[in-house]
Ligand binder design. Structure first.
Ligand code: 3PG
Length: 222
């Protein structure tokens, strides 16, 4: 997938639609993992800072132009700096933190904080954001909750994540307020630990083709 330099980060994520949430124990396989995502047709990743290997992996992947990389589980301004210095183009947080959003703006990286309540969403909107993560999506009420949150904030676009799987992701992506969907189902930790990158490429390709099939079927029925 190629992107023009004028495309926004959220615009590129909206094109790719699926955002793998990656947890790494060891940065050694980072390039093979990235190759697998690209081969499977999902050229982006939210690499979480849940493990120290996340930052090292971002550094190892810095300079790759064939996929869009962001950092996840970014909890404070210092971590925004580490992620931005490592080349992350977007920053995802589990919740809303004004300090994180402010530092992202200062560093020129896209902030996608998590919200699960109307108060958090209102704070995100007050901070000038139009794109947020809806986390943890399934546990926080799923699509009905997303629809309800979207009501008073029609300009906001959501990236649901948390509990998304092959059998529910396409329903989320059908929602007009959803710009992309995140999750770990196509990057299982066991496969990463085993270095089974073929399996990751296969799961990505399966997700991609299920989505294409879903679009084909929906088009046919309208
Ligand atoms: C996230 O941070 O978005 C979630 O941990 C992903 O949730 P999942 O593992 O249920 O897909």
């Amino acid at each position: 997938m190629t992107h023009t330099s004028t495309a926004t980060v959220t615009g590129i994520l909206a094109e790719i639609q699926i955002v793998p949430v990656v947890v790494l124990n060891d940065p050694a396989g980072a390039n093979e993992l990235a190759d697998a995502l690209v081969a499977g047709g999902i050229p982006c990743a939210e690499i979480t800072f849940r493990t120290p290997a996340g930052l090292e992996a971002l550094k190892a992947l810095r300079g790759r132009t064939d996929l869009l990389l962001g950092a996840g589980t970014v909890l404070n301004a210092a971590d925004v700096d580490l992620a931005a210095d490592a080349g992350a183009k977007f920053i995802v947080s589990p919740g809303f933190g004004a300090d994180v959003v402010t530092r992202c703006r200062e560093r020129g990286v896209t902030a996608i904080p998590g919200v699960a309540t109307a108060s958090e969403l209102q704070a995100a909107v007050a901070a000038g954001l139009r794109h947020v993560k809806f986390f943890p999506a399934e546990q926080a009420g799923g699509l009905p909750m997303l629809s309800a949150l979207s009501g008073p904030f029609p300009e906001v676009r959501f990236m649901p994540s948390g509990g998304l799987r092959p059998d529910n992701v396409n329903a989320y992506l059908d929602h007009p307020a959803v710009f992309a969907a995140g999750g770990s189902w196509m990057v299982p930790r066991a496969a990463i630990v085993a270095g089974n990158f073929q399996e990751i490429a296969r799961l990505c390709a399966e997700t991609r083709s299920a989505l294409a099939e879903h679009h084909r079927t929906n088009k046919g029925s309208t």
